[in-house]
Structures are given as structure tokens and as C-alpha cells.
Design a protein around this ligand. Structure first.
Ligand code: 13P
Ligand code: SF4
Length: 331
């Protein structure tokens, strides 16, 4: 029985024994329960270090679709857990803290989005993966920042398109494809906090640094980028590039994997414009801690649930994305 106060808090709030090696215990529980831990690049470094698989949103969905584990523990935000549950309805999908939501997904309430879709007859609906299952259920194809451009371009040029919920990513895709998708007016509070002023200041300080920008940032920030892309694309570029230093304009958790993969290079996190802290962190991703991960495995709770009818409707556009992505990368 899960105690009432845990349910209210949204995570398993059991004390962590002081004398255990937490990482070793987490790995032991994974073996015992045939569980895998998947983590997004924005989670804390120690969470990424204990995971079986770390990736961007696209890779996480692809990995979930192919796993034979009995339990998936999603160290990331809630929509990522939902995507896994939709792809693997027979598996137990756990998330260490149910409060790990996403401001971008929240900026698009399902009922309002359904009304928006209805108000644009004849439009195909493209939704960013950072949406609730209920929004995906009224979508034709889901995209991530890793495949949005290719998927948008796969539609005939005269096909009217709706893109939601991120107005920044949508505007970026419109500008690189020449499309005029109708955009939902949503945004991520973390990426909107980057400012041109701070970035220009840092560019003067580090003139040789390449600027890596996630497309959830505002257009004026994206314009200053050397590379714009998903977390995986920014990481790949940083590792392969001849450059020695990089200004990183996305959530600072990604620096952990950048530093691990390219230890000799310098990665400078660009801070948010509205605070004195050095890094721009997603408060939702940071809710995922090693202690909560341990308790989640111990108690197999909290579980991610998606109502069957919503899951069934949301599976089609997620599958459409995975199929298109596979076809498009094969060329
Ligand atoms: P990626 O798909 O690039 O990993 O981005 C996920 C996300 O939440 C960005 O804020
Ligand atoms: Fe959502 Fe923004 Fe956090 Fe990404 S960084 S999970 S878009 S709130």
C-alpha cells in the first residue's frame, strides 16, 4: 500500500538508509527487477551516470520502443514517461517524481489545442513531443527537435500545417523550410530565459567559442548560433568539432555528457538573463534525484498511467514519427 502522504507529494518519500552505496543498490534493483533506467541529458550528472541509456527525446522514444525490460524507469519529465507508456503499454513505466512536468507541455492544454485544431480545417497537425498524451491524441505526427525539419519537409509544400506548442521551434522550422505553419503560442520557461545581451557579452569574452543553441530559444538568440539543434545534435557537434571552446545555450545538464565525451574541451554554460546563477537549469528535471530513483525502484512507484483511449489515439502520431524518422534517415 502506498501511503497517502506519498500520493500527495507525488514521490516515494521513504528514508534512504545512510549505510548503503546508493548507485550500487540502484543497479542491483535493476538487475533483480529486470528494469532499465533511461535518462535525459538534462538530468543531474549522477542520475545520468547510473542510467542504462541517456539520450535526447527522440533517442529515448526509440530506445523505449525496442526494449525488452519489464520495467522502464524514466528519469526525465512526465511527457517522456507518457511516451514510453504509450509505446510499451504492457510494461510498468515509473518516474521518480510525478511533479516533474514541463512548462512547454503545460503551455498547451489539451481542450484548447483541440479547439485550435478544429478552428483550422484542412490542416495537418504536427506536435512537438513536449506535449501531454491528450494533445498527441489530436495530432497527425509528433516531432522532436531532432527530426522536426525533415518531418515538416516530408509534407507537400501546399499542405497547410499547424505546429504546436513551441512558438520558437515552430518559427525556426518555418524560417529554415520556408513553410508558413500556423503556430501555437507556447514556450519553455528555461529556454526563454536566455537573452541576446548575455550571449553577446560572452561571445566578446570567448571570441573563439562556437555557439550551440537549442531551437526552443527565442529567434534573436537562435540567430547568434553556429549550430542549432536537439541536445543530441549539439553534443555530436561539440565532440566532432575542431573548436576547443563552446558557449552552451540550453539546459546546463547537457554539459555533463559534453565534458565526459570531450574532456579536453571547454564548455561554458550561458546563464539565464534574470538571475545571478551561473547555469540555466530546468527545475522539473532537477526533481529527479538518486534518492527518489532508488525509492522508485524499491516500491515500483510512482507509475505513469495513460487512459487506454488516449494512449491508443496518441500511439498513431508517435509511431508515425518513428517510422518517418527511420525512413528519412535511411535517405
Ligand atoms: P531534446 O529533444 O533536444 O533532448 O530536448 C528536450 C527538451 O525538453 C528541450 O527542452
Ligand atoms: Fe520542458 Fe523546458 Fe524543462 Fe525541456 S527544459 S523539460 S522544454 S521545461
Amino acid at each position: 500500500m502506498i501511503p497517502e502522504n506519498w500520493k500527495q507529494q507525488g514521490f516515494a518519500d521513504a528514508p534512504i538508509p545512510a549505510d548503503i552505496d546508493l548507485k550500487a543498490e540502484i543497479r542491483r534493483l535493476c538487475r533483480e527487477k529486470e528494469a532499465i533506467i533511461m535518462a535525459h541529458y538534462y538530468t543531474a550528472g549522477e542520475v545520468q551516470d547510473v542510467a542504462d541509456f541517456v539520450g535526447d527525446s527522440l533517442a529515448l522514444a526509440q530506445h523505449a520502443a525496442g526494449t525488452d525490460a519489464k520495467i522502464i524507469v524514466m528519469c526525465g519529465v512526465h511527457f517522456m514517461g507518457e511516451t514510453n507508456k504509450i509505446l510499451c503499454p504492457d510494461k510498468k513505466v515509473l518516474i521518480p517524481d510525478l511533479n516533474a512536468t514541463c512548462s512547454l507541455a503545460e503551455s498547451c492544454p489539451a481542450a484548447d489545442f483541440a479547439a485550435f485544431v478544429k478552428a483550422h480545417p484542412g490542416h495537418k497537425v504536427i506536435s512537438y513531443v513536449n506535449t501531454s498524451a491528450a494533445v498527441k491524441a489530436v495530432t497527425d505526427v509528433v516531432v522532436t527537435s531532432g527530426n522536426a525539419r525533415e518531418i515538416v519537409e516530408s509534407f507537400p509544400v501546399d499542405q497547410p500545417l499547424i505546429f504546436g506548442p513551441d512558438r520558437n521551434l515552430g518559427a525556426h522550422i518555418n524560417s529554415v523550410t520556408g513553410r508558413q505553419m500556423v503556430l501555437w503560442d507556447g514556450a519553455c520557461h528555461v529556454h526563454e530565459r536566455f537573452s541576446v545581451e548575455k550571449l553577446v557579452e560572452l561571445k566578446h569574452q570567448y571570441p573563439a567559442a562556437k555557439v550551440l543553441v537549442h531551437p526552443e530559444c527565442r529567434g534573436a538568440v537562435v540567430k547568434l548560433a553556429d549550430v542549432v539543434g536537439s541536445t543530441a545534435k549539439l553534443l555530436q557537434y561539440a565532440v566532432a568539432s575542431q573548436a576547443e571552446s563552446f558557449l552552451v545555450v540550453t539546459e546546463s545538464g547537457i554539459l555533463h555528457e559534453m565534458q565526459r565525451r570531450a574532456p579536453g574541451k571547454q564548455f561554458i554554460p550561458v546563464p539565464p538573463d534574470d538571475s545571478t546563477c551561473a547555469c540555466n537549469e530546468c527545475n522539473f528535471m532537477r526533481l529527479i534525484t538518486l534518492g527518489k530513483l532508488y525509492n522508485t525502484l524499491r516500491y515500483e512507484w510512482p507509475e505513469v498511467e495513460v487512459p487506454a483511449d488516449v494512449a491508443q489515439a496518441a500511439l498513431r502520431p508517435i509511431r508515425a514519427m518513428l517510422d518517418l524518422s527511420k525512413r528519412l534517415t535511411r535517405g
